[in-house]
Design a protein around this ligand. Sequence first.
Ligand SMILES: Cc1ncc(COP(=O)(O)O)c(C=O)c1O
Length: 293
Amino acid sequence: MSRITYVNGQYVPHSHASVHIEDRGYQFADGVYEVFAVHDGKLIGEQGHLDRLAHSLGALQIDWPMAQRPFMVVVKEVVRRNHVKFGLVYIQVTRGVARRDHPFPANPISAMVITARKMAPLDKAVLNKGVKVITIPDIRWKRRDIKSIALLPNCLGKQQAREAGAFEAWQYDEDGTITEGTSSNAWIVTKDGELVTRQVGPTILNGITRLAVLEAAREAGLTIAERPFTIEEALEAKEAFVTSSTSHVKAVTQIDDKTVGNGHVGEITSKLLDLYVTYIEEKGGPIVTDRWN
Ligand SMILES: Cc1ncc(COP(=O)(O)O)c(C=O)c1O
């Protein structure tokens, strides 16, 4: 069955979907995106993604392509037309088409593309197999709270990870603290059992999965610290993992050349995966936060 993509008001066969060459997304990366996970036919963290999209669009003064209610109808329609039960839906909104010139065009018309694709259902056995991450300098811009489509540093970092046989690259800032992965948030559990992930702010993207895991961890009474942690702290950690809409809660058992803990998936990490799955199945996603930066 052929995939269907939404492009600026129309549902078209994926193979024929195209945008104008002077779309500012194409020429300036002048746009933002969201990725919703689809779990058992339902969108995870719907309100959180909507609010984060509003934050990204607002920060860049890009207009919503349509009101939020019809927007969600279209998103769900793309999922429906592609028969996605488990997978993801990708939404990209740009400042639209205009003659190439750096300042914003007068009266821009936002452009929107939505694609959906099937993925293997969340599998705890796979997620509980530890992966390796490498550490690399964070060379991104200073507004990482905006889910910008300008992802070149992220692509370079992920490629470096792949070439090193790693799943992800954890980026570190000038002060030696880990910010986040190239497409995921970074977490450690210290030797004292404290669950640590960086606090929100302009240095990271506030992951919807991050929010869900934080809430699930809070409800379970775990000790949590939202603060920066250094590379050294990560190398000394008892456990480590990453979170994202597509990786869920994925255990990290190696950072650079150092084995994390005893090299097996940690007790807290695997408990958090269970809590996360229960959480999204029962509540659909994190309670909305207005703290996006
Ligand atoms: C840089 C970055 N950080 C974190 C995340 C995790 O966000 P979420 O949990 O909303 O998927 C992503 C996801 O794409 C990302 O690109």
